[in-house]
Design a protein around this ligand. Structure first.
Ligand SMILES: Cc1cc2nc3c(=O)[nH]c(=O)nc-3n(C[C@H](O)[C@H](O)[C@H](O)COP(=O)(O)OP(=O)(O)OC[C@H]3O[C@@H](n4cnc5c(N)ncnc54)[C@H](O)[C@@H]3O)c2cc1C
Length: 625
């Protein structure tokens, strides 16, 4: 393990050295801000990109009117060659075949056998891989990234290689990583233990089941986590090298450590919330004790039962500027010197004895937790150095309290001068608005910059099924409309706060990404930005969509000067097949939306045919915000 500790920091040092050398060779790198057209030309690496940007430089920057009906086919597909438009029609037509979509994994394996590797790769490049994946590695995806950028759309790199493991192997990996050696596997339900929700269950061990698009990491060992960290670092390096504006990258915490630790931490957070509610005599579980409750009240609540260590514990309660009481110094969590089991000790409210809130961790588990924290620090220190924002993806609700808490502490540490760390809020959750407001308040009280990505959520079916099987309340809003209402409520809250900060001279205090393919959501955001006088060039609201989907929304937005990012998956063909398989599955669920995009692609194809533009060469001159 010690070797890993060293390896992580060496990787960063090496990347930082390379970065600085490149900056010197390039005559100052990130120092001055070059004119947009020159900036485009300066960054182009491949021959193709250099040609395009040189031509773009002659034209000067450009900005279009935004048509909020998102029906302008020319604007939607002007970054594409006619072959790419045709490929879009083909892929979306294939996606309408339920049989093909539902059996895509088996069919892909069959085709690979029948066609042989070479021909199979050619077919994949001409269809699904070409549509949804940018290329095999960072060098080969550069032309596409440059092309999108010249049409106003930036990239978030997502290395989409997944272990192609069977359900059985996934179950084994999950159950092995989620129990302490020697521990008996128990079939817990919420009736037997209210915290059963935060334990692994064999029935749900394959976390890929009933999930849309999101990538799943299974814990193999610490060395694998180290490799995942290196991949994230390389993505940060790549975006910092390819964007003039602050780049963006995304990470998943389950890739960086043993998931059991996230479950245990989630459990301890929920126990803490309940404990605090009991201590403060409140009905609702809470993260802090409000100003209304004094320390004297807490002392008198504990007086009857006060045991050894309680006095000391009372002295250790932490207060923030508004006088709110926190049970622990949560910042200790991300401090690699603190032991988890030392941090979470509280007096038992009946016996008065100090007790741990967490089942004690073995020495190895404590070490693994420290490793995970070290990996997170390595990523965020490097991101800060490269001026790249990093979004922490939201995952299942049994991990999410821990992921969110850790992300908030990382924000507190790394978002002192600008928003580098972004948290993700899943608006399909009944608790979404509450969680977001609590976190926004914390950032405000503790004076750090706040970054949030708003999504609807990718794990709906799995969450519902798990809740019903284990007997806890469904955490998801009852209907799609309720989720959309929640999304708009969260969005409005952040936009209002952005407006407020702007008014008081802190225009960048809060930044958000609207990560959605939903046209109504995008329209709502644009309209509210207008109403609240939040300008596109304020650079505090950006949009996020996946490569190969929703181009009719992303590109017109980018060409009208809004900040837009595409999640850009990349990786060798054979290794991204599991990702492609899920992409096809997801499209099945949104056939009506796909129908619109397919219709628009067809119209564009026809338009080019009729107007003699079959050999149209995309040359963009849009400056991304
Ligand atoms: C850039 C980007 C980043 C993302 N990052 C994350 C992430 O970190 N974590 C994550 O979980 N997801 C993430 N997602 C996925 C996202 O949560 C959605 O699954 C996906 O984008 C579909 O939502 P939509 O708004 O685009 O489309 P829509 O089709 O408008 O919405 C579909 C979504 O609505 C919700 N929904 C559908 N039916 C119901 C119902 N009956 N009741 C309640 N809710 C319902 C579900 O969440 C469903 O996925 C990301 C998506 C993008 C584009």
């Amino acid at each position: 393990m010690a070797a890993h500790v060293l390896r992580g920091s060496r990787v960063v040092q090496q990347l930082v050295r390379q970065r600085r050398a490149a900056a010197v060779a390039g005559g100052g790198g990130g120092g001055g801000v070059p004119a947009p057209a020159a900036a485009l030309a300066g960054r182009a690496k491949s021959t193709q990109a250099t040609e395009l940007t040189a031509e773009a430089a002659k034209l000067g920057p450009q900005r279009d009117q935004l048509d909020l009906t998102f029906t302008d086919t020319r604007a939607a597909f002007q970054s594409k060659t006619t072959w790419e438009v045709f490929r879009g029609v083909l892929v979306y037509t294939l996606c309408t075949s339920r049989y093909l979509v539902e059996h895509n994994a088996t069919l892909m394996k069959l085709f690979r056998k029948l066609l042989g590797q070479k021909l199979f790769h050619t077919v994949m490049r001409a269809t699904f891989y070409g549509q949804f994946v940018a290329g095999a590695d960072q060098a080969s995806i550069r032309p596409q990234i440059e092309n999108m950028r010249s049409f106003g759309v930036k990239s978030i790199l997502d290395y989409s290689v997944e272990e192609d493991i069977s359900t059985e192997e996934a179950e084994q990996a999950e159950m092995r990583s989620c129990s302490t050696p020697g521990e008996q596997e128990q079939e817990l339900t919420v009736q037997k233990d209210p915290m059963a929700r935060y334990h692994a269950h064999r029935e749900f061990a394959d976390r890929r089941v009933k999930v849309q698009s999101a990538r799943t990491y299974f814990y193999m060992n610490e060395a694998q986590c180290e490799k995942n960290m290196e991949t994230f670092l390389k993505s940060i390096e790549a975006v910092s090298g390819s964007t003039q504006c602050t780049g963006l990258a995304a990470i998943k915490m389950t890739a960086l450590g043993r998931p059991q630790l996230l479950m245990q931490l989630s459990e301890v957070i929920m126990r803490t919330r309940r404990y605090l509610a009991e201590l403060a005599g409140s009905e609702r579980a809470t993260d802090v004790i409000s100003q209304d409750v004094s320390v004297e009240q807490i002392q008198s609540r504990l007086k009857e039962t006060s045991g050894p260590g309680v006095e000391q514990w009372l002295k250790g309660l932490t207060y923030d500027q508004d006088g709110l009481i926190h049970l622990f110094s949560w910042s200790g969590l991300i401090d690699t010197k603190t032991l988890m089991s030392d941090l979470f000790r509280v007096p038992n409210l009946t016996t008065g004895r100090m007790e741990p809130l967490i089942t004690s961790l073995t020495k190895d588990e404590e070490e693994m937790f420290k490793n995970m924290m070290r990996r997170l620090h390595t990523i965020f220190s490097y991101a800060r150095e490269c001026d790249v924002r990093v979004m922490v993806d939201a995952e299942q609700t049994y991990f999410q309290p821990a992921i969110s808490r850790l992300t908030m502490e990382l924000m507190r540490k790394y978002n002192r001068e600008k928003a580098i760390v972004f948290n993700t809020y899943q608006c399909y959750l009944k608790e979404a608005y509450h969680n977001l407001s609590v976190d926004l308040d914390q950032a405000d009280r503790q004076h750090f910059y706040f970054g949030a990505k708003l999504v609807r959520g990718a794990y709906m079916e799995q969450e519902r099924y798990r809740a019903a099987s284990l007997g806890y309340e469904d955490p998801i809003n009852p209907t799609f409309e309720a989720t959309s209402e929640m999304y708009e409520r969260c969005l409005l809250e952040t936009l209002r706060r952005i407006q407020h900060y702007k008014k008081y001279g802190q225009p960048r205090k809060l930044a958000i990404m609207v990560a959605s393919h939903n046209e109504d959501t995008v329209r709502f955001t644009v309209q509210k930005m207008d109403e609240l006088d939040i300008k596109r060039e304020d650079k505090v609201v950006c949009f996020g969509q996946l490569l190969g989907m929703c181009d009719h929304v992303s590109f017109p937005l980018g060409q009208a000067g809004y900040s837009v990012y595409k999640y850009v998956p990349y990786g060798p063909i054979d290794e991204v097949l599991p990702y492609l398989s899920r992409r096809a599955q997801e499209n099945k669920g949104i056939l009506t939306k796909v129908a619109k995009e397919r219709k628009m692609l067809r119209s564009e194809l026809l338009r080019r045919l009729v107007s003699g533009q079959l050999f149209y060469k995309p040359v963009g001159n849009y400056t991304p915000v």
